[in-house]
Design a protein around this ligand. Structure first.
Ligand code: SF4
Length: 244
């Protein structure tokens, strides 16, 4: 089977669509180790509290890092208790996070989430998920308005000390370049398959270091393949080196 990456189509796949391009587990572990040596799994500002983390993730969507960090700081200063959001209303939220983009959508998402939680027996608080079983937690998080699989897995790794592999745009872009998944897949399908593909216990480390790698080296335009510590594993990197 032949396949191409970065904007071109894969060739034939198996009936499942992917089995013939999946990497071996040992390669995934080696990539994880190489990225961890390079980037040392830094703190990306994620939150210990699961509800704080969801708000942080909502703000981070398609927004520059400094803008969403600033937006979160402003929100937290104004609403030390998230229940206060409901008294303020979405318009004030929108003003507080202005400058990051998509303010109206993000403010509505945060307000809807707090309104939903206010009606639950536990109220506006997700700390009751700590120590619960993984399947229960995932199912619970996915029922929350505005929380998809990627953000649910992020909450699990960052705030609930659970193993998982969330795949944001950086992670998916790198995995496609590596040849781990087909380029034409959308984010939802990519996330679903990658969450199965990566061994749970290395998921957090691989996720964090891929996010950093995607921001600094494997950028959407003009990836710096010559400086990349995982180019030996990467289909796109190997081809670009041959072309040098
Ligand atoms: S070799 Fe290039 S395309 Fe592949 S992961 Fe590294 S920077 Fe990205």
């Amino acid at each position: 089977m032949t396949y191409h990456i970065r904007g071109t189509d894969y060739g034939s796949h198996s009936s499942s669509g992917v089995s013939s391009v999946f990497p071996r587990e040992v390669s995934i572990r080696e990539v994880c180790a190489a990225l961890a040596r390079k980037w040392k799994t830094p703190d990306l500002g994620n939150k210990d509290d699961p509800l704080d983390e969801i708000v942080y993730l909502v703000l981070a969507g398609r927004t520059r890092e400094q803008a969403y960090r600033d937006g979160y700081t402003k929100l937290k200063a104004r609403f030390p208790n998230w229940g206060m959001v409901l008294d303020a209303g979405p318009k004030e939220l929108e003003e507080l996070i202005s400058g990051g983009g998509l303010e109206e959508i993000k403010a509505a998402k945060i307000w809807d989430l707090m309104a939903y939680l206010a009606e639950t027996p536990q109220g506006i608080d997700l700390s009751h998920l700590k120590g619960k079983k993984r399947d229960f937690v995932l199912e619970y998080l996915l029922k929350l308005p505005g929380v998809g699989l990627k953000n649910a897995l992020c909450v699990m790794i960052y705030s609930l000390n659970m193993d998982a592999f969330p795949a944001d745009a950086n992670v998916i872009r790198i995995c496609k370049s590596m040849g781990w998944i087909p380029t034409q897949w959308g984010h939802k399908k990519s996330q679903r398959v990658l969450a199965e593909l990566v061994p749970d216990e290395i998921g957090r480390i691989l996720h964090v270091n891929m996010v950093v790698h995607g921001r600094l080296i494997c950028r959407p335009a003009n990836p710096q393949c010559s400086q990349c510590v995982i180019k030996g594993y990467c289909a796109y990197g190997r081809r670009s080196m041959v072309g040098d």
